[in-house]
Design a protein around this ligand. Structure first.
Ligand SMILES: *Cc1c(COP(=O)(O)O)cnc(C)c1O
Length: 391
């Protein structure tokens, strides 16, 4: 099929839920992609923080092909090796606890919300079920996780939404404290990704943790975007020196295949028992085989220190442009946000694409960079040269 034919069929047969860029992507290698017409792009998106090991990674594709040929799916009615291996590696990385596997970020967050409500119900009975989240947060697209998302624009059309969420301003601990009565949990992203690459202040995060301990609220950290090496540590919360009760993961975990996970520690580990939760595809052997390669690779300190170095390099080089168009650069590791004029942003993104650089946006005025964690210096330099021209 030609690119024009593909676009035509997309328009005819797919729901128009996405504003797509006018490019048909065909294949990739590392952090480089080629479209159907053979044009080359440097990928600073990794499929929204998913393809952490890059495109066409041999170890990943071999593990996936081998597992697909051996056993593709069997349901959670039976044991499989890839699932227990992935769970063991996650728990070794995060600390003593247990894992539930899902298929996406929203589904992982649904699991965490159910877990928090049941933890409170088991201990305190009914009525203590609210979850405090932050303004500018993003937790997913299901009817419940839309309501968990602290942005009014996501609370339209689909009424009635799930009850039991309230919102506080990021950084305002008093506001969180005021909402603690009748709550069972506080749910935070360490860096609000979709909201605009907004890192939370360390003092605020530690304050939330102390409040949670004081009032026996669960601290849920949504690491769907920040987790699995993205910010230069396995989990971003490590850089805040906190110990969450529940952590959710998805995007980067499968290196390109759909997998989500809920990690629960300490007294939370056994809250969900037989029949309380489930997912037909959850912990699928092929997705877990992929996650195992990702966890083995990203879990090495040497790999993580390279992520930090590359993140520093990109940030430093972008700051060296001294472009008045860039109001600021923020983020951690290979999760960076460049603040620009909101009215100019779409033009910058289009110009970058034209020059062969794919970027994301976030919030109202941010250009978001989430390159594959394996991006090499040549690829970064190519992207930087194009960015310098555009800005
Ligand atoms: C992307 C994202 C989600 C939703 O993940 P899906 O896999 O799209 O359901 C939830 N939380 C955060 C922080 C995210 O970045």
């Amino acid at each position: 099929m030609t690119a024009a034919e593909i676009k035509e069929l997309d328009g005819q047969y797919l729901m128009h839920t996405y504003g797509r860029f006018p490019v048909v992507i065909d294949h990739g290698k590392g952090a480089t992609l080629w479209d159907a017409e053979g044009k080359k792009y440097i990928d600073l998106t990794s499929g929204i923080g998913v393809c952490s090991l890059g495109h066409g990674n041999p170890a990943l594709t071999e593990a996936i092909a081998a597992q697909a040929g051996k056993l593709m799916h069997i349901s959670n009615l039976y044991y499989t090796e890839p699932m227990v291996q992935a769970a063991e590696m996650l728990i070794h990385a995060a600390g003593p606890g247990k894992v539930f596997f899902a298929n996406s970020g929203a589904e992982a967050n649904e699991g965490a919300i159910k877990l928090a409500r049941k933890y409170s119900y088991d201990k305190y009975g009914e009525g203590r079920n609210r979850i405090v989240t932050l303004r500018q947060s993003f937790h997913g697209r299901t009817v419940t996780t839309l309501k968990a998302t602290g942005q009014e624009k996501f609370h339209r059309y689909f009424f009635p939404f799930t009850e039991g969420f309230s919102y506080a301003e990021a950084g305002n601990l008093d506001e969180v404290r005021k909402q603690a009565d009748g709550a069972c949990a506080v749910m935070l992203e360490m860096i609000q990704g979709e909201g605009g690459v907004l890192p939370l202040a360390e003092e605020f995060v530690r304050g939330c943790e102390a409040l949670c301990r004081e009032r026996d609220l669960l601290l849920i950290v949504d690491e769907v975007q920040t987790g699995i090496g993205r910010t230069g540590t396995m989990f971003c919360y490590e850089q805040y020196g906190i110990h969450p009760d529940v952590v959710t993961l998805a995007k980067g975990l499968g290196g390109g295949l759909p997998i989500g996970a809920v990690l629960a520690f300490g007294a939370c580990a056994d809250v969900l028992g037989a029949g309380d939760h489930g997912s037909t595809f959850g912990g699928n052997p092929v997705c877990c085989a992929a996650a195992n390669v990702v966890l083995q690779t990203v879990g090495k300190e040497e790999f993580l220190s390279q992520v930090r170095e590359k993140g520093e390099y990109l940030r430093k080089k972008i700051e060296e442009f001294r472009s008045p168009e860039i109001k600021g650069v923020r983020g951690m590791g290979l999760m960076l946000g460049l603040e620009v004029e909101p009215e100019k942003r779409a033009g910058f993104v289009a110009d970058l694409l034209d020059k062969g650089v794919m970027v994301l946006t976030a919030g109202a005025d941010v250009i978001r960079l989430l390159p594959p964690l394996v991006i090499c210096y040549e690829e970064m330099d190519e992207a930087l040269a194009a960015m310098k021209e555009v800005f």
